[in-house]
Each structure stands twice: as C-alpha cells, then as structure tokens.
Design a protein around this ligand. Structure first.
Ligand code: ZN
Length: 257
C-alpha cells in the first residue's frame, strides 16, 4: 500500500522538530508521499526549504483566511514568485472562514480571489479551506469556472446537498480524520456519494488524529491509514483497492510523478 497524505502541516509545532522521524514512520505505515501546506509567510518559507531537501514531499503555499487582513500586495507578489517553484504543486490552503472570522469577510474574499488569480495563471491546483462560508466560497469559485486547473475542498464537512454542488462543479473532496469520528455518521453517508476518482484523504496533521487513535498527539501521516480504512469500509472495498484508486486520484490531481 502506498498512500499520499495530501494535506499536512509538517512545519507546525509538534512535528517541525521531528520531520524525518515522522516521515519514516509514515513510510513504514504505507504513507509514502506527502504534501505539506503553508498558511502564512513564515510557514511558506519553512515549507519551501523543507520540500527542497526531501524527496516525495511537495508543497501547497498560501495565506490562510485567518490572516487575510494582514496580507499586503507585497505578500501576494512574494507568494506568486514562490509558487513558480516546481515543488509547489498547489495554491492554498486559501478560502473563507466565517466560523472564526479572524479577518473581516471582505478581506478574506479579496485574498481568496488573489490566490485564484495566481492558480489560474500558473495552472496549479487550489486547496480550499471553507468554514461556515459555503455559499460565498462557491459563488467566488463560480467566477473562475473554466480557468482553474483543479480544486479540492479540504477537510470536508459538508452535507449531501453541498457535496452534490461541489461534485457538479467538477471539484474534488478531501477528508481528514473527522470522517472517522463516532458522531460523524452523516459525513460517512456523504462520503458514499463521492466517486473515488474525486476523493482524496489527508491528515491535516498535527491536528485531527483519527478514531481509534484520537489520543495520539500530535497527529502524523502514519495515522492516515485509519482514515483510509474507514473510507474503504464506507465504499465496501478492501483497503488495498481503496488505496490504489485514491492514490491515482491524488497523483493526477496534483500532477505528482
Ligand atoms: Zn490545513
């Protein structure tokens, strides 16, 4: 089995100081390739140097909606420059977060739009973070319908209606450990709706350790296997078959070799 952790934060506290061990444990568990995601200027820099020195590790670069109010034109210019790097396989995570509302909605929208501009220009995929902001997220994406290469809704928590909308737009959906939680019956029902050529998985580590290892902190790529097993069960196929199909989905989505 060779899974890809399509969304991790290896530069975050708890993982940053043990990246090589973390990746080695991933390989041992069958999680052999990874994408690590930057969320602000500091982490984007760290992510770039980390992926430069590690094989099978790629980057997503962006400014999280939490910090949208602080982002300047110069910051966006820098991001655009950094995003040209061949090891940067996606823009984001970017999007809208009206749950925390750490930045006002208007600046979140502005910064989100600028990420989409860069992604469209460079023809690189976009990783979307959206919370309590589904309608606005979809209407902004609607304006980019044919210009974006690939779009994934990361850490998906939508209902069946939203899922259908996302699928109808041709976007991908990615699940974290939240889909494994005991109370997540509804989310597992939603996961059944998603064809495996549109579905990906991620740890979003150091956060969201999956059931039944929620007590293990921080989360790390090796634990992705539990999320894979849960979704294989949901789709009624073996873990190996599930892994093979969604690994191919992820390779195609991000253009990984
Ligand atoms: Zn994340």
């Amino acid at each position: 089995m060779k899974l890809i952790d399509t969304h991790s934060h290896l530069t975050f506290e708890g993982l940053e100081n043990q990246v090589d061990d973390v990746l080695a444990r991933g390989v041992e568990a069958g999680v052999t390739r990874w994408i690590t995601v930057g969320t602000d200027k500091e982490h984007n820099e760290k992510v770039l140097s980390l992926v430069a020195s590690h094989e099978n590790l790629w980057a997503g670069l962006g400014y999280h909606p939490h910090c949208a109010s602080d982002i300047t034109d110069a910051d966006m210019e820098l991001l655009k420059k950094q995003a040209h790097d061949a090891k940067v396989v996606a823009l984001g995570e970017c999007g809208l977060d009206y749950y925390y509302m750490n930045s006002v909605a208007e600046s979140q929208k502005q910064i989100f739009l600028q990420h989409l501009d860069i992604a469209a220009q460079l023809q690189k995929p976009v990783i979307i973070h959206t919370r309590e902001a589904f309608e606005d997220t979809m209407s902004i994406l609607d304006g980019y319908a044919d210009r974006l290469k690939n779009v994934v809704f990361h850490c998906f928590g939508g209902d069946s209606e939203q899922t259908q909308q996302v699928l109808d737009c041709g976007f991908h959906i990615s699940f974290t450990g939240t889909v494994t939680f005991k109370r997540s019956e509804a989310l597992r029902e939603v996961a059944k709706m998603i064809p495996l050529d549109r579905l990906m998985i991620e740890t979003d580590c150091p956060y969201i350790s999956p059931h039944p290892v929620r007590n293990i902190q921080p989360n790390e790529p090796a634990l992705l296997v539990h999320t894979a097993q849960c979704l294989a069960d949901v789709h009624g196929i073996s873990l190996d078959e599930f892994a093979q199909i969604i690994t191919q989905t992820s390779e195609q989505f991000f253009g990984l070799q």
